[in-house]
Design a protein around this ligand. Structure first.
Ligand SMILES: [Zn+2]
Length: 256
């Protein structure tokens, strides 16, 4: 099922909120379009705000964090903002948000020998095992730093994780049994409101599928930030569309 051009414009244009309003459908009906905004890096202020905006709509956010981010573990210039720590991640997880690994120290794993890359992922898993309540790698999605992976690394990750998020392209088939390799797109380093809006619009006009879009911080934080006002409005509008679901990765995979 797809929505027509007119509905799509109603959704994403600057029209009055509530045009598409109707009784909210539960999760019983099958969605034709799923949308996951996959927020990376774990900026403290942005993550708190992101969770609050999702909660406003009764939705769960998808937040992917660097195991040593709060210890200054990454030297990426776009991560020079205060990062959340595991007390925050545990709190957000308890509130129903998805907190997933996004590397040990944000190294590009395709730029090193395979064994070294595997060692860094293992260190990341060890931190999550120790610090994140209820964490299990084989029930989790590993979000590759820079969405960089190789076939060899992916084969190893498949022995550890339920799924991975890597590059490139935000169109994925709807969740199905055995789905492991998820791809995403992104934009940056400037504000991403416009390119994300365009991508959502085109996705909703196309065939059934699962859009996974890699976002980062809100407002001023991180590479390719999104405006918090825009996120609020986008979620509000997406939630009103009958055949669209906004879900984190694991609940999406569980919806099969
Ligand atoms: Zn990142």
């Amino acid at each position: 099922m797809k929505i027509n051009r007119r509905d799509s414009l109603r959704l994403l244009g600057a029209g009055t909120l509530g045009i598409l309003a109707g009784p909210l459908r539960g999760n019983t009906a099958k969605a034709s379009h799923m949308v996951t905004l996959s927020f990376d890096d774990g900026f403290e202020k942005s993550s708190i705000k992101t969770a609050e905006i999702y909660e406003k709509y009764g939705l769960s956010a998808c937040i992917n964090v660097i195991a040593t981010g709060h210890l200054g573990g990454s030297d990426d210039e776009y991560q020079d903002w205060p990062m959340g720590d595991f007390s925050l991640w545990n709190e957000l997880k308890k509130r129903g948000h998805e907190i997933m690994p996004h590397s040990y120290r944000h190294a590009k794993l395709t730029k090193m020998p395979l064994k070294e890359a595997e060692g860094l992922v293992q260190k990341c898993m060890d931190v999550f095992d120790k610090e994140l309540d209820g964490y299990a790698s084989d029930a989790s999605v590993y979000n590759c730093a820079y969405n960089a992976s190789s076939p060899e690394l992916e084969a190893w990750l498949k022995t550890k994780f339920r799924a991975i998020r890597t590059g490139w392209g935000h169109f994925n088939p709807l969740p199905h049994e055995g789905q492991f390799r998820l791809t995403c797109s992104l934009n940056g380093p400037d504000n991403i409101d416009k390119p994300l809006l365009k991508a959502v619009d085109e996705f909703l006009e196309g065939p059934s599928g699962w859009m996974i879009y890699n976002a980062h911080g809100l407002d001023e934080e991180g590479w390719g930030p999104m405006s918090s006002v825009f996120l609020d409005e986008l979620l509000g509008r997406l939630k009103e569309i009958d055949h669209v679901r906004v879900l984190p990765v694991i609940p999406a995979l569980d919806s099969v």
